[in-house]
Design a protein around this ligand. Structure first.
Ligand SMILES: C[S@@+](CC[C@H](N)C(=O)[O-])C[C@H]1O[C@@H](n2cnc3c(N)ncnc32)[C@H](O)[C@@H]1O
Length: 268
């Protein structure tokens, strides 16, 4: 038996009318907002949003789909089509000076993590994102420390945004149906770096090292990142067990380890 052909560019189009309205509604009232839609496709969400937004920017990589959208919205000056790979688009340049934009999209799943990192990098220019992604990825993003799904993606996302897991759709909501269930999440961007008292770039690096090997304790991951055993042990927060893993620490606890080690030596 042959397996169904995988659609190119993650093109599983939303075919559920209730879901496309629920996604558009989840962005809130966009009447005075700039909204950027990632991968509008045939416009399942776009057609609902276009009359609602002050300005709607569509970023679509597929040439034929971009042409279809340009034609469809040729008489709607508030809608702009950018035919490009979202990963190469300068997001802050799309946002008017002194304002923030919102982002919406039923994402191409093959680049979900890269898109998230791109949004985090631009988060000072963003207010909110409503994103559909593979259910497993959404569960990882929303997980709390200590549960199986919590990891680097959860910690990183929760550093940049408050996460709401909105609803899940079965494969039958799409045409063609994907192999996986899909979940819509909302991110309200609110960076935690200042309240944790950490430097963004250096704490990002520290987190990647802390989570480098899932099976290792945090101490062992830090040793592998060239901290000495003495530095780690003498600066270890009293309330943390020595065998703690990065996956079990809250962001506050992770920041306390980072700050104690950084005070001991300018290492990063
Ligand atoms: C899952 S489909 C969603 C389409 C539509 N929004 C919907 O809900 O039916 C993903 C869309 O992203 C587009 N796409 C894929 N890779 C892209 C990229 N790197 N940059 C921008 N758009 C991309 C695809 O062509 C497709 O239209």
């Amino acid at each position: 038996m042959t397996s169904p052909r995988k659609p190119k560019l993650g093109q599983n189009f939303l075919a559920d009318d209730t879901a496309r309205h629920a996604i558009a509604d989840a962005i809130g009232d966009p009447s005075d907002r700039t909204v950027i839609e990632i991968g509008p496709g045939h416009g399942a969400i776009t057609t609902i949003l276009a009359p609602r937004c002050r300005r709607l920017i569509l970023v679509e990589l597929d040439r034929a789909l971009a042409a279809e959208l340009r034609f469809r919205f040729r008489e709607t000056p508030s809608v702009e089509v950018i035919e490009a790979d979202i990963l190469t688009v300068d997001l802050p340049a799309l946002v008017p000076h002194g304002e923030t934009a919102d982002v919406i999209g039923n994402l191409p799943y093959y680049i979900t993590s890269d898109i998230l990192l791109k949004l985090f990098a631009a988060s000072a220019h963003l207010r909110r994102a409503v994103l559909m992604m593979q259910r497993e990825v959404a569960e990882r993003i929303a997980a709390s420390p200590g549960v199986r799904d919590y990891g680097l993606l959860s910690a990183t996302t929760q550093l940049y945004a408050r996460v709401d897991n909105l609803f899940t759709l079965p494969p039958s909501a799409f045409n063609p149906p994907p192999d996986v269930f899909s979940t819509v999440i909302r991110l309200d961007f609110a960076s935690r770096f200042a309240d944790l008292g950490v430097d963004p770039a250096s704490f990002d690096t520290f987190l990647r090292r802390a989570f480098a090997q899932k099976r290792k304790t945090l101490r062992n991951n830090l040793r592998a990142a060239n901290w000495t055993s003495t530095q780690i042990e003498s600066n270890w927060p009293e309330n943390l067990p020595p065998e703690a893993r990065a996956e079990s620490l809250t962001l506050e606890q992770m920041a306390s380890v980072y700050l104690a080690l950084n005070q001991s030596q300018a290492h990063y």
